[in-house]
Design a protein around this ligand. Structure first.
Ligand SMILES: [Zn+2]
Length: 567
């Protein structure tokens, strides 16, 4: 009841204490810790999908005791990891925060760049960068340096605003298996740690530290991945209990030699170069993230004083499991049960250390997930992946090339969702970029599987209708980073080829299954409530700011979710 008053009193509690001595105690009612949990690829329906098989303290705690928004969506078209994380962190749309894709083409460097790469800030560990041979994430492989920083995020994050409001007294940390999952949430002023598949350690860059805190070195020296050596990912319940009990080996599951498509999935020898990759493709990746997050809380003493601290934990396993096996698979089902235990473990730990009544938890996701087209086809919904490899050679494109006097590829690269044209060639031929964009977009929109092809020129000149798809494409547009043409594929279709690795499923569309995410606030003595109104992921950072009575991040466009403050 008193929280609203308490919030207003925070920054001026001394003055207020003199004027209203009885009220001054309430100033301590602000949370000691904001715990922002992001589950990569956790679609909005997933937390409740297997609830009857889950234990206490995880999703059941969140859903039964939290403020649960049942219809939360991202409002941008390119539903990828960094785009979603940056939106959760900043309350801004990608058009404003600038993180419009996991990669984009940098005109100055004349190459695709990875969203958080920054050669000015090398990793603190030697030989912990991306292993080009074993890395299965193609976006990671585009980075030309192992250096990382949040510099490409063009506005402040909630965590930055907390740091500013407390004159740097708040402790702000972001932890994830993925660099982009940690860096985005820690913002420009916090500290980020992520998992190096190459070294099997949690690492950071010179942007954050000159050298590792001693406890991080000690934690890594204890070889955290050792406990999985020659172990396997096993089912935690009797196989007949699972919805997908009889479908462990579906034909579209990605075949990774050594890891297999059926339980138990072997992690193998820790000397195997794919050992750490296998850990990230299973609940082990989340368990390691949890262990490191606990070490942050213990060693940095989060939530122990009167200044509110911030911890972001982004769990990546659900995403990898979804890509490799599909969201409707025995593996994905088992992963949810394990994720539930990991969350229960985290909340129990936070309760002991800080107290859940002193901790405001918010859980959401960077994006949802598409079902595997072949799986949908087995249910009678006939659909298939899209194959864009031959687009540049299509007859219509040949006609265009002749018309424009171009004797090589007109589509220089298509890194979904953007098509990049050969701007240099177009300039040399003295062609109008706008006209070439338009002509190519008309041809591309005829290709199998394409729902919409929108040119940058049309977006920048405001020549797009304000319907659902165009609005989300426009929300994703950055004048200096977006490609020439934004391609929206038809619903339930996607490009299943991740640069040579054929995956079961992916995300990255503006369709409902990709924009739909859970949004749950819990802890901090909130009264449970279920809300069915449609809300936006841009509302989260704004709401957290309102709870603390601080200003919202610089590009934030969301609204305050009042139920979180009303209790
Ligand atoms: Zn993904």
């Amino acid at each position: 009841m008193h929280k609203k008053i308490a919030v207003k009193l925070w920054l001026s509690s001394v003055t207020v204490a003199c004027l209203f001595p009885l009220l001054s105690l309430q100033a301590t009612e602000r949370p000691k810790l904001i715990l922002q949990v992001t589950v990569d690829q956790l679609r909005g329906d997933m937390p409740a999908a297997y609830l009857e098989k889950m234990g206490k303290g995880g999703f059941k705690y969140l859903l039964n005791e939290g403020v649960v928004y049942k219809d939360a969506h991202h409002n941008h078209a390119n539903t990828e990891t960094i785009v979603g994380h940056a939106t959760l962190a900043t309350g801004a749309l990608p058009a404003v925060h600038g993180m419009i894709g996991n990669v984009w083409f940098d005109d100055k460097l004349q190459r695709l760049v990875y969203n958080v790469e920054d050669s000015n800030y090398p990793l603190l560990s030697a030989d912990a960068g991306v292993n080009q041979k074993t890395e299965i994430d193609p976006t990671q492989r585009t980075a030309k340096s192992s250096g990382r920083s949040p510099i490409n995020i063009q506005v402040s994050t909630f965590s930055d605003e907390l740091m500013i409001a407390t004159n740097g007294q708040a402790k702000v940390f972001g932890v994830s298996v993925k660099d982009r999952g940690a860096i985005s949430m820690a913002g420009h002023t916090g500290k980020a740690f992520w998992f190096s598949k190459k070294s099997g350690e949690f690492v950071t860059s010179r942007y954050y530290y000159d050298e590792y805190p001693q406890w991080v070195s000690d934690w890594n020296a204890a070889k955290p991945t050792k406990k999985y050596h020659q172990k396997a990912w096993q089912l935690s319940q009797k196989q007949e209990n699972y919805v997908f009990a009889k479908q462990d080996d579906q034909p579209w599951e990605t075949k990774l030699p050594g890891f297999g498509t059926t339980f138990p999935h072997q992690y193998g020898d820790m000397e195997n170069p794919y050992f750490t990759t296998f850990l990230t493709l299973s609940p082990a990746g989340d368990e390691l993230t949890l262990d490191f997050a606990k070490a942050v809380v213990n060693n940095e003493q989060l939530g122990q004083d009167t200044v509110t601290d911030y911890l972001s934990v982004s769990f990546s396993s659900t995403d990898y499991v979804g890509h490799i096996f599909g969201p409707s698979s025995l593996e994905a089902e088992e992963n949810m049960l394990k994720l539930d235990r990991t969350l229960a473990n985290l909340f129990k730990f936070i309760d002991k250390k800080v107290g859940l009544e002193n901790t405001l938890i918010v859980l959401s996701a960077d994006h949802g997930a598409a079902e595997v087209p072949a799986y949908l086809s087995t249910l009678g919904m006939k659909t298939e992946p899209v194959a864009p490899k031959t687009w540049d050679q299509a007859p219509g494109m040949q006609v265009l090339k002749k018309q424009f006097g171009i004797d090589r590829a007109l589509i220089k690269s298509y890194f979904h969702p953007y098509i990049y044209l050969d701007k240099e060639l177009i300039a040399r031929r003295k062609l109008s970029l706008e006209q070439v964009q338009k002509a190519v977009s008309i041809e591309v929109s005829k290709f199998d599987g394409v729902a919409l092809a929108v040119t940058s020129a049309d977006i920048e000149q405001g020549n797009i209708p304000n319907d659902y798809l165009h609005t989300l494409v426009g929300n994703n547009h950055s004048n200096n980073r977006s490609g020439d043409i934004y391609v929206v594929l038809e619903a339930h279709r996607f490009v299943a080829d991740m640069e040579g690795l054929s995956v079961a499923s992916t995300h990255g569309s503006p369709w409902g299954y990709d924009t739909f995410v859970p949004l749950i606030f819990a802890g901090f003595n909130l009264d449970d409530e279920v809300i069915y109104d449609r809300v936006s992921t841009t509302d989260i950072a704004v709401t957290l700011s309102a709870v603390l009575g601080i200003k919202a991040p610089s590009g934030a466009q969301g609204k305050v979710l009042k139920k979180v403050l009303d209790d």
